[in-house]
Design a protein around this ligand. Sequence first.
Ligand SMILES: Nc1ncnc2c1ncn2[C@@H]1O[C@H](COP(=O)(O)OP(=O)(O)OP(=O)(O)O)[C@@H](O)[C@H]1O
Ligand SMILES: [Mg+2]
Length: 258
Amino acid sequence: MFVKIDNVSKTYKQSGEILQALQNVNLEIEKSEFISLIGPSGCGKTTLLNILAGFESVFDGHVHIGGKEVTKSHSPGVTIFQNYGLLPWRTIRKNVELGLEAKKTFSQREIHSISDEYLELVGLTSFAKHYPHQLSGGMRQRAAIASALAVNPEIIFMDEPLGALDAFARMQIQDEILRIWQKHKTTVVFITHDIDEAIYLSDRIVVMSPRPGKIQEIINIYINRPRQRNLPEFLDLRAKILEILHFAKKLQQPDFYL
Ligand SMILES: Nc1ncnc2c1ncn2[C@@H]1O[C@H](COP(=O)(O)OP(=O)(O)OP(=O)(O)O)[C@@H](O)[C@H]1O
Ligand SMILES: [Mg+2]
């Protein structure tokens, strides 16, 4: 198993109060699998992702990726955040090259040819010399994806990466993400609040419930890709997930919303 999340619990101390953000989370993810985490606000999705990405090292339980325990100094993944994580003072090309420079294993020439390849992959070749503020939100998102992929990570973590986009740009980038994922066979852990997006993209959807954050249910999506959003099987899954989420919500305090 590529990712093994073994009995992970996490508590935060907040002004004297203890908040259990995650309780006994167990999950295994196969190599090249596309997994979405979905659940009400505050159910611990970002917390779990931060633990997987090695950003959060104080927790109970164990996380292994590729057979190695994830620690602050070791995580094989890269993360794409909602704010794209692009540096405003670097051009798009320079942003894509950032992770490659940090690796210190490539010559300048190699770095240039790798960034060429990934800029092309996301359709931004002619914007290589632009700065992030000169691009649309969708283009910035594609640039962030290119810079994450350029370092050839084994696993990519995405925390609501498409939240800021309009519906059309969102669908377009969903297709782009799928295309890139299928080409590179990268393992993806993807957080979203959008049920359709989760069904459209994922092999499995992990539905979480809050306080304490737990896995409520795991749903396999067997529909062949490319998926049609208006097919009965798609709509059935949507109804099923909505029902689970309502159930999860009912168990909780009333201040949770989707
Ligand atoms: N650094 C922190 N200190 C204290 N409490 C925290 C911290 N980070 C998260 N929490 C709490 O842990 C719980 C889970 O937060 P988390 O950000 O993981 O939720 P989420 O599922 O990502 O929510 P959203 O969908 O709104 O992004 C929340 O109740 C939150 O208030
Ligand atoms: Mg979050």
